[in-house]
Design a protein around this ligand. Structure first.
Ligand SMILES: Nc1ncnc2c1ncn2[C@@H]1O[C@H](COP(=O)(O)OP(=O)(O)OP(=O)(O)O)[C@@H](O)[C@H]1O
Ligand SMILES: [Mg+2]
Length: 547
């Protein structure tokens, strides 16, 4: 074959928009696998609604409706009572990748990149050719509706049929049609996602209408808004060379590297600049930060690591809180017993603060019922209150939980009704991918999660041990009593004594010597009867409601 020259080859050279890139790599946004793709759509819209409500100090009321309209084809409607999207921003909000109100802030929010909503518009368009329909109002003036598409070649919105509505309301309703998706009642499905969202957001009310028309309401457990996270400055020890360069090149007001550092990063004072100079006098602190090169940034990061820093301020991190987690777990899992732990803030990579909360719940609806009726333990993973359902194998939370010696806590994750809840809060959660489905396996994070879960497990251990003890002792009592009957029979054959009377006497004798065994056996029996009754009732209720 003839050789081709560079001119010829480079005629095909093209620039691509970020939207084109994600269109080809949709799995990076969570659009892979039919069940997962549907959860991703719900997740993107619901997290946006929650962020928007919290930003506006509104207790969130969210409704999600999924309707099956064909084979692997559904409409998804998400409605919120948030602040709404101003008409002028609707196109960019729903159909420009890397555009939003959150990207440029260093603040603890669910959304970060400005990708989610536009990703959904693109996915709808790719699989059905249809636009996403939005109705939104800010409470002032008329609400509007519009049909939104994305011009992926240019990463620009196409807004059609933008009309004012007669009604004036506050909130946002987004409806999209999606194909190549599937609704499934599984541990990774939409129902479970919303249940877990309600668990980690007890201040929010979620109504869910499933494709079978069944309405599920996850009720609000607390009437108080979570505290609002304040924007913070990044700590120098948490910076990578790339982060530092990005901050430097986008700096607006500083003309010199020294003032840029003092203005941009936490714990940086002119004294610290002097210390850095001492460590490396070759660094040019008068340089324009916009001119910083990779080598300069590398040199600066090296110097930063050599001096002592005050730990980062963790007051901007807003965990869910022990009382709130307890209320939500009671509402949703109604466990027999639970132990909730909130740990103190810790730091990873030397400069990024984070807080871990954990709970271990036993009994009630804890655990997960798999295909048959087998209940096994389930790990409920959350980052900044967002449930993580996929990519468990790549997640620091799974790794931490699996590394615990559960036998020491009398817990068998394979066979017991146990739920292990972990929420990691941070201004910068290190996700292991763009899809934000797993927490990266940073060593400090794994260690801290492990300590938190072990702490919570300790609380449950005694309860399970007590329960096992009752079971064991009452078993012993029942066995002894079985022999009592046999003994009375034998005595009757040998001596002709009255069988019934002999049995009563032996029973009294055992009860006198082991009074606690009798009591335990009775308690265990009562408990068994109660749960039998409860099961009977639900089955009967279900039968009735099916009629
Ligand atoms: N329901 C809503 N109410 C109000 N504003 C919204 C709503 N949904 C989206 N927005 C606005 O649209 C922007 C873009 O949303 P999008 O989901 O694409 O990005 P993001 O939430 O900022 O980040 P991420 O990609 O991590 O989700 C948001 O930053 C927000 O300003
Ligand atoms: Mg978002």
């Amino acid at each position: 074959m003839a050789e081709r020259n560079a001119e010829e080859i480079f005629k095909e050279f093209k620039e691509h928009s970020i939207a084109e890139f994600f269109k080809k790599n949709r799995q990076m946004l969570g659009f892979s696998g039919q069940v997962r793709s549907l959860v991703t759509v719900v997740h993107e819209y619901v997290t946006n609604s929650l962020d928007a409500c919290e930003e506006a100090n509104i207790l969130p009321d969210i409704s999600v409706k999924i309707k099956e309209i064909g084979e692997n084809r559904y409409t998804v409607t998400v409605k919120d009572n948030g602040p709404g999207i101003p008409k002028a921003y609707v196109g960019k909000s729903l159909a420009t990748i890397l555009a939003g109100t959150k990207f440029h802030r260093y603040v603890q929010q669910r959304g970060q990149q400005g990708i989610g909503a536009a990703g959904c518009t693109m996915f709808s368009q790719m699989t059905t050719g249809k636009p996403v329909i939005i109705k939104s109002g800010t409470g002032k003036g008329k609400a509007y509706s519009a049909k939104i598409l994305i011009d992926t070649l240019r990463n620009k919105p196409i807004v059609n049929d933008l009309v004012d509505l007669e009604e004036a309301f506050r909130g946002t309703i987004i409806e999209g049609e999606f194909a190549d998706v599937k609704y499934e009642m599984s541990e990774r499905g939409v129902y479970e996602y919303l249940k877990r969202t309600a668990l980690s957001n007890p201040h929010c009310q979620i109504m869910f209408v499933a494709p079978d028309g069944k309405e599920n309401v996850f009720i609000r457990s607390v009437e108080k808004m979570p505290e609002k996270s304040k924007p913070t400055q990044p700590h120098p020890l948490g910076l990578s060379v790339n982060d530092l360069l990005e901050y430097a090149h986008s700096s607006q007001n500083s003309r010199k590297l020294s003032s840029f550092i003092v203005d941009t990063f936490a714990r940086c004072t002119p004294n610290k600049i002097a210390e850095l100079k001492e460590v490396d006098n070759a660094i040019d602190f008068d340089k324009d930060p916009k001119q910083l090169t990779w080598a300069d940034a590398e040199q600066l990061i090296k110097a930063i690591k050599k001096i002592k820093w005050i730990a980062p301020d963790a007051s901007s991190i807003i965990p869910i809180g022990e009382a709130q987690i307890t209320k939500a777990l009671k509402n949703i899992l109604n466990p027999e017993f639970m132990s909730v732990v909130e740990r103190k803030p810790k730091v990873f990579r030397g400069g990024v603060p984070f807080v871990v909360e954990s709970a271990v719940a036993y009994g009630g609806s804890s655990g997960y019922i798999s295909n048959g009726n087998e209940v096994s333990g389930s790990i409920l993973r959350f980052a900044n209150r967002v449930p993580l359902l996929f990519d468990a194998g790549n997640c620091a939370i799974t790794e931490a939980v699996k590394s615990i010696e559960w036998k020491r806590y009398n817990i068998d994750l394979e066979a017991q009704p146990v739920s292990i809840f972990v929420n990691l809060s941070s201004v910068h959660v290190p996700y292991s991918g763009v899809g934000k489905e797993a927490v990266a396996k940073e060593e400090e994070i794994i260690e801290e999660i492990k300590l938190a879960v072990m702490d919570a497990a300790r609380g449950v251990k005694d309860y399970i041990r007590g329960k096992e003890h009752v079971k064991f002792e009452s078993g012993r009592y029942r066995t002894t009593m079985r022999y009592a009957k046999q003994l009375a029979d034998d005595l009757h054959s040998l001596t002709g004594a009255d069988q019934k009377r002999m049995e009563e006497k032996i029973e009294k004798l055992v009860a006198k010597h082991y009074p606690h065994l009798k009591k335990m056996a009775e308690e265990a029996e009562d408990e068994q009867n109660e749960s039998d009754n409860a099961e009977g009732k639900t089955e009967k209720d279900e039968e009735e409601s099916n009629q």
